[in-house]
Ligand binder design. Structure first.
Ligand code: SAM
Length: 593
């Protein structure tokens, strides 16, 4: 009994209760008797099917015959009765189960009618139609997949995992209405190497390539930072300062590795920091599954701000990637609260008996324009949980706090003595977290002293130079060069990507003075010191409290797992589709950022 009542409670929470994950996993105090995964799957699938189930319930007059059922409870039970392989998860003698099963003939007949009205030849065909319909906003976005060159090649994947796909000329073709229900389409991205846009309905989490880490779900925009950083052998070691879940860490490591001639040893290292212990576990799993552990040194649970830039271990770090926590305002709503279509109650008299809040709720969810929602803005935290902001003032305070933290991180990155390149990115659309952080960083004392400049558009890698959406001139204080240098994307402009921002910073060798007064340099021979640095690394590890350092090279017994828990999101909210993939603790999913 708890499963259906608990799921009904979750679905009936007020609109400010956040998305399904927040409602279910966010409230740690709430004691649930049923497994949260089961509630999540039932709620999601029922919402997905609710437009059909509403018709079935109304036409069969179930609520008129069974007065004890509420509209939500009826949806959940009828869903399991008609569509779940195991049927209703209650004993045969249970009252709720009996209340549905005594209408078996009528319910089944009404499902057939609903299917025929949609011109679906079978329940499977209906299922496909429903999947497309339920994607909502997410249907406008392809499934972005990065081919992980640690494990495979683009051509290999085109020849195997995507053999049955039809290649199309643009992202718009991939998501165009009508085609997505019937065919699997694919577009090879023209800006970022090894990136594919796939039909939004494709169940990528069921592929072997996904389970084995050969392909990674990652939004196109989330691939910009590592690609823009463009780490080359002469850049020395690389730092990813804010790493979990690890999409950009594994991407930057793949680029580093791709520049090593076959048979040669990769001498560069990628140092990955992640402050949060829980998210560190995800990072660890993702790095291993992606096969990036050989060149990635993870500092799990370690605050990047506490890293000493002058430590011998980091003296050859020439490139840093900074992708700090942000407001998440650019994230595409795959994770939004799904729409639920509630059946009408049988008569006005009966409806009046029900709590008015339930009727209001229906109106709110179906048109999505509830008055209170109009005033609220939702921010998404690093764990994909929603934070409801209800006033302009609250929003301003939140953005100020975020941008000050982001600037602090960026200025810390500027202090690494051998650093020549830094990328700064957010999945936010707010200028406060983007161009304004860039401007403040360029005007900072450390930038002036060390000669940091913006990486101009004409200095960027081809795909980023050619990407047409650039920063705001107004937010860049009227400086056209800075605005041009900044790379943006907007989630609703038809390009099929999330809202994102990235800017690069560069400086020349010889333009900086180290804190010790000496100039730091990177030479191609710097890795001769490798063993000395490994010693320093181990020492740093053992002296740092509450810090767990991992050296993938030493983990000879570690094998990629076919499935790892990756419930966290970080901008890449891509993998939380309505097919219950990517749900908490289920699968590894490169939350496309
Ligand atoms: C936007 S997410 C990073 C997403 C990641 N780059 C990816 O693409 O998969 C920000 C991450 O930074 C971590 N973080 C925040 N402050 C940090 C700090 N001072 N040091 C290290 N990690 C930090 C957060 O815990 C969070 O996991």
């Amino acid at each position: 009994m708890s499963l259906y009542h608990e799921t009904a409670d979750i679905l009936s929470a007020p609109s400010a209760g956040g998305n399904l994950k927040t409602r279910l996993f966010g409230n740690k105090n709430k004691r649930l008797k049923s497994p949260p995964q089961q509630i999540y799957a039932l709620a999601l699938e029922t919402c997905k099917w609710s437009s059909v189930l509403k018709e079935v319930i109304e036409s069969s007059e179930l609520l008129r015959h069974e007065r004890k059922l509420t509209p939500v409870l009826a949806l959940l039970l009828v869903h399991d009765f008609l569509l779940s392989r195991k049927g209703i998860a209650l004993p045969a003698s249970h009252g709720l189960r009996a209340a549905i099963e005594r209408h078996k003939a009528r319910l089944t007949a009404e499902l057939t009618r609903a299917r025929l009205r949609r011109k679906a030849a079978s329940v499977d065909a209906l299922r496909q139609l429903i999947t497309v319909e339920s994607l909502g906003e997410a249907g406008l976005y392809p499934r972005w997949v990065r081919v992980n060159t640690f494990r495979t090649t683009l051509q290999d994947q085109l020849d195997t995992t995507f053999r049955g796909f039809t290649q199309v000329a643009s992202v718009k073709d991939v998501t165009s209405a009508g085609s997505i229900a019937h065919q699997q389409l694919l577009h090879v991205d023209e800006h970022v190497p090894n990136l594919l846009a796939l039909s939004p309905t494709f169940e990528i989490t069921k592929t072997h390539a996904y389970a084995s880490g050969a392909i990674i779900l990652q939004d196109k925009a989330s691939c910009f930072p590592a690609y823009l950083l463009d780490p080359r052998p002469e850049d020395g070691d690389v730092i990813d300062s804010c790493s979990a879940p690890g999409n950009k860490t594994t991407h930057v490591a793949a680029i580093v590795k791709s520049r090593v001639a076959e048979g040669d040893e990769c001498k560069q290292k990628v140092y990955a920091f992640e402050k949060d212990q829980h998210r560190s576990r995800t990072l660890d799993k993702m790095v291993n599954l992606a096969g990036a552990h050989e060149i990635t040194r993870m500092s799990l649970g370690r605050d990047f701000l506490k890293v000493d830039p002058n430590a011998p271990l980091y003296q050859h770090v020439g490139a840093l990637l900074l992708d700090p926590s942000c407001s998440g305002s650019g994230i595409v709503g795959r994770d939004a609260m799904p729409t639920i279509h509630l059946p009408e109650e049988p008569s006005a008299g009966a409806a009046a008996k029900k709590a008015p809040s339930q009727r209001n709720r229906k109106r709110k969810r179906e048109d999505g324009t509830a008055e209170d929602q109009g005033r609220q803005q939702i921010l998404v935290d690093d764990d994909g949980q929603e934070l409801v902001i209800s006033s302009e003032k609250e929003m301003r305070i939140r953005l100020e706090a975020l941008s000050s933290f982001q600037l602090t991180l960026l200025l810390h990155a500027f202090t690494f003595p051998a650093a020549r390149k830094v990328t700064y990115s957010t999945c936010s659309v707010h200028a406060e977290e983007n161009e304004q952080v860039v401007i403040k960083a360029l005007q900072s004392e450390v930038a002036m002293k060390r000669g940091w400049r913006i990486m101009r558009r004409d200095q960027q890698v081809r795909g980023m130079r050619e990407w047409p959406v650039r920063g705001s001139i107004e937010a860049s204080g009227g400086d056209q060069e800075i605005a041009e240098a900044c790379i943006r994307s907007y989630k609703d402009d038809g390009r099929g990507v999330m809202g994102f921002f990235v800017a690069g910073f560069v400086r020349d060798a010889g333009s900086e003075v180290g804190t010790d007064g000496k100039e730091a340099t990177i030479t191609n021979g710097h890795h001769e010191e490798e063993s000395r640095r490994e010693g320093a690394y181990a020492q740093a590890s053992s002296t740092t409290e509450n810090v767990q350092m991992k050296n993938g090279l030493g983990s000879t017994t570690r094998k990629p797992e076919s499935k790892t828990a990756l419930g966290e999101t970080c901008g890449d909210s891509d993998d939380s589709g309505s097919d219950v993939d990517g749900e908490e603790g289920e699968e590894w999913g490169g939350f496309a950022d």
